[in-house]
Design a protein around this ligand. Structure first.
Ligand code: URA
Length: 301
């Protein structure tokens, strides 16, 4: 029990550092946790008062009694990242073989909840530009396609601003499954968490294979987590340090920019302009024509 509590506490600390502020916890789980903490406190220091655990959103749990959420126990560590070779052939047949490989991967399958889908990249297999996001969210794991929710709609508009359409580019994620959180009172996952470095390392060979197949002229990392997944954890402390800069991944230029969800949270022209300037750099490097109007997007206050 001690190890479970320690693991839970480590995971909560990690989530907090990653910016997760609330988690749905049922009343039953709170009671079980409080009892475990009391047992632990009693075993090590009988006189010490047990720490209080306050339920977040217990009211919701009371209002709609639901199946007991999945245990918050972190999963056992992942196996080593997959090593595989794709069959020779044209791009569509290699991409289809990769899709079969990923959708049949027991580790990916073990992390996808019943009725939800493993998510592989989509788009033009001859794309010059490949966008790389972090991980599927609620909409993506339902549809089995990256960037189809609110952030995806915005990414589509940004791609349109470049004079392209979603079908002209390739869009992938580091992760092939939605990083799990304990289920909420309704029996569904509420919110997202960033993938761990271990999770990203596991899925990275699948992204590398997509880069090999598509062979884009350049890559765009969307957000700090994607950038860390590609460049390695600890490469930078804050995205601002490397945003707008060209790096390299798998022998290709890699532009680091904000995740579209940053713009969803910061709707000012100033924020939009910052990310748009990175997109202009991408357009220039990809040899796309840039009109005066495009150069001036989001300059007005
Ligand atoms: N955010 C991502 O990073 N990827 C998605 O597919 C959706 C949202």
């Amino acid at each position: 029990m001690r190890n479970s509590i320690q693991a839970l506490s480590d995971e909560l600390r990690r989530l907090k550092e990653a910016g997760v502020k609330t988690l749905p916890v049922s009343e039953a789980s709170v009671k079980a946790l409080a009892a475990a903490v009391r047992r632990r406190a009693g075993a090590s220091a009988p006189a010490a008062p047990a720490p209080a655990i306050r339920p977040a959103r217990v009211a919701a749990a009371k209002a709609s009694p639901a199946p007991e959420p999945a245990a918050a126990e972190p999963k056992a560590s992942l196996p080593p990242p997959p090593a595989f070779e794709l069959p020779a052939g044209d791009k569509p047949s290699r991409w289809a073989a990769l899709g079969d490989r990923v959708r049949g991967d027991p580790t990916c399958l073990a992390h996808v909840r019943p009725g939800k889908k493993i998510v592989l990249g989509v788009g033009n297999l001859d794309a010059k530009i490949m966008f790389v996001g972090e991980a599927p969210g609620a909409d993506e794991e339902i549809q089995g396609e990256p960037f189809v929710g609110a952030a995806g709609q915005l990414l589509n508009r940004m791609i349109a601003g470049m004079g392209l359409s979603r079908g002209d580019v390739y869009i992938g994620n580091i992760m092939n499954w939605r990083p799990e959180l304990p289920l909420g009172p309704g029996g569904t996952q509420v919110g997202n968490r960033p993938p761990t470095p271990e999770e990203m390392a596991y899925c990275l060979p699948y992204l590398r294979a997509q880069i090999d197949i598509v062979s884009p002229a350049l890559l765009v990392a969307l957000g700090a987590t994607a950038a860390q997944g590609l460049l390695g954890a600890g490469t930078f402390k804050a995205l601002g340090e490397i945003r707008g800069q060209w790096r390299e991944f798998q022998g290709r230029p890699l532009m680091i920019t904000y995740h579209p969800s940053y713009i969803l949270r910061n709707q000012s022209n100033r924020s939009k302009r910052v990310i748009w300037e990175d997109f202009l750099k991408v357009m220039e490097r990809a040899g796309l024509a840039i009109s005066g109007k495009q150069r001036g997007y989001f300059l007005e206050k």
